[in-house]
Design a protein around this ligand. Structure first.
Ligand SMILES: [Zn+2]
Ligand SMILES: [Zn+2]
Length: 398
C-alpha cells in the first residue's frame, strides 16, 4: 500500500470518528477532473483548467491563439474558445497551432462540436483537421459542426474547404473509423452568405450568433457576434475597419478585433520594406491606431486586441498606437489568457497549464457509441509480419 493511500485511510477514519462526515472510499484519489464553485465571487489569481465551475450567468473566453501565421511558442495562430454558463462551448477560428492550447485545457470534447470560421486563411483554419480528429479521439462522438462563409465562387467557400480537407484526409479518417465512434467522423457544414448583414447563422438553446462582412484580402471574410443571457461577445476575425463592425459590435461586453503590428514593427518583423509593410498593416489589416478608432466608436465594456506577437518592442508600439486613438478599457490578448464575464464583472487572467496534460476523460456516451469494424491492412501486407516478434495476448473486452 502506498503512503498516500495509507494516509487517506487514516484521514477517513479520523473524519468518521470525530466529525461524522462521510468516509473517503479506500481507493479515493483526487482525480483533478472535478471543478468546484468559486467562493464569494473571488477568482484565483491564475486559472487552472477544470478547477472552477463556470457560474450559470457567466461567459468565459479563452484565447487559444493570438499570433501570426508564422507562430512562436507563445503566440500560435488565431482561435478563441467561448464557454457559457449553460454548458455550451463555441470555437471561433482554429488557426495553426491552436489545438495544442485547446488540448492543454482538457475540455469535455463531447461539447467541443461547433467551430465558426471568420475566413479561410491558414492562420484561422489551419488546425481544422487536428480539431476534427483530435476531438474525435478525445470524446466527441457526434459530427463536428462547421459554420463559415461562402466565397465569391463555390470553390472559395467554407463547404468546398471542408469537403476538400475530408478528401485530403481520406486515409486518416478511414483508419480511425471502426476504432472510434462512427458519428464522430462526420462533418456538418453550414455555409452562409458572406454578405449577410447581421443576420443569424446559429440560434439554439438561447444562444444567437450573427455574422456580417469583413474587408480582408478577398470576398468571403466575416465577423461574428454571440449573444446569450444579455451578454455579447464580438469576434472580428481579420478586417480593415468597416462600417458593419462599427454598427453591429455596439453593445458588446467584449469586442475583439485585430490590432495588427503597425507598419514599422511589421517591416522589422518580416524584413519587409516600408511600402509592403504599410500596405499589409493598413490596407489588408487594422493597425493599432485603426483598432483604437474602431473601439472609440463601439465603446465596449472591454476592447480585446489580437493578431500580433507581443514581444517587448512590439507591445510598446501596439499600445502607443491604440492609445493614440482610444482611452477605454483594453486587453491585448495573449495565448491562454482567460476572461470571465458577468454583467457586473470582467476578470482577465492567465491559465496555468500542464505541459504534458493528459487527454480528458471520455463520457459513457462516447464509450457506448456505435462503431463499425476495425480496419486492417490487406492479406498481402499482413503476410509480411516478421515471425521474430509475437505480440502479447489480447485481454478480454470489457
Ligand atoms: Zn487573414
Ligand atoms: Zn489572420
Amino acid at each position: 500500500m502506498s503512503l498516500f493511500r495509507k494516509r487517506g485511510r487514516l484521514a477517513a477514519a479520523f473524519c468518521v470518528a470525530i466529525l461524522a462526515v462521510p468516509a473517503l472510499a479506500e481507493d479515493f484519489l483526487p482525480t483533478g477532473r472535478e471543478a468546484v464553485a468559486l467562493k464569494d465571487g473571488t477568482y484565483p489569481a491564475s486559472y487552472f483548467p477544470n478547477t472552477e465551475i463556470l457560474g450559470a450567468d457567466e461567459l468565459r473566453i479563452t484565447a487559444l491563439g493570438t499570433g501570426m501565421p508564422n507562430q512562436t511558442k507563445s503566440a500560435v495562430s488565431i482561435s478563441f474558445l467561448v464557454e457559457l454558463g449553460n454548458g455550451d462551448k463555441f470555437l471561433f477560428d482554429i488557426g495553426s497551432g491552436s489545438t495544442g492550447n485547446l488540448f492543454s485545457l482538457r475540455p469535455d470534447f463531447s461539447k467541443i462540436d461547433k467551430v465558426f470560421f471568420s475566413h479561410l486563411h491558414v492562420d484561422h483554419v489551419g488546425d481544422f483537421m487536428g480539431l476534427h480528429v483530435g476531438g474525435w479521439l478525445s470524446g466527441r462522438y457526434t459530427p463536428l459542426r462547421v459554420f463559415g462563409p461562402t466565397g465569391s465562387t463555390p470553390e472559395l467557400g467554407t463547404k468546398s474547404y471542408v469537403e476538400n480537407m475530408q478528401r485530403a484526409y481520406a486515409w486518416d479518417l478511414q483508419t480511425r473509423s471502426g476504432a472510434l465512434p462512427d458519428k464522430g467522423a462526420e462533418l456538418e457544414v453550414n455555409e452562409f452568405d458572406f454578405m449577410q448583414d447581421n443576420e443569424i447563422v446559429y440560434q439554439e438553446n438561447d444562444v444567437t450568433i450573427r455574422s456580417w462582412p469583413a474587408i480582408h484580402s478577398l470576398d468571403g471574410a466575416v465577423s461574428y457576434s454571440l449573444e446569450w443571457n444579455d451578454l455579447k461577445y464580438v469576434f472580428g476575425g481579420d478586417t480593415y475597419p468597416n462600417k458593419w463592425y462599427v454598427k453591429h459590435a455596439v453593445g458588446a461586453d467584449i469586442a475583439s478585433h485585430e490590432a495588427f503590428l503597425p507598419p514599422k514593427a511589421l517591416a522589422a518583423y518580416f524584413g519587409w520594406d516600408m511600402a509592403q509593410a504599410t500596405y499589409v498593416s493598413t490596407r489588408i489589416h487594422s493597425e493599432p491606431a485603426a483598432f483604437g478608432k474602431v473601439m472609440s466608436a463601439v465603446k465596449p465594456r472591454m476592447a480585446l486586441g489580437y493578431h500580433s506577437v507581443l514581444s517587448p518592442e512590439n507591445y510598446q508600439a501596439i499600445l502607443e498606437g491604440i492609445r493614440s486613438t482610444y482611452d477605454g478599457p483594453l486587453t491585448l490578448a495573449r495565448d491562454l489568457q482567460v476572461i470571465n464575464v458577468t454583467k457586473d464583472n470582467i476578470t482577465v487572467r492567465e491559465a496555468t497549464i500542464d505541459e504534458y496534460a493528459l487527454p480528458p476523460s471520455v463520457s459513457q456516451g462516447y464509450i457506448d457509441a456505435p462503431r463499425s469494424d476495425d480496419k486492417s491492412p490487406s492479406d498481402k501486407v499482413e503476410a509480411g509480419k516478421w515471425d521474430g516478434y509475437t505480440p502479447p495476448p489480447m485481454p478480454d473486452k470489457k
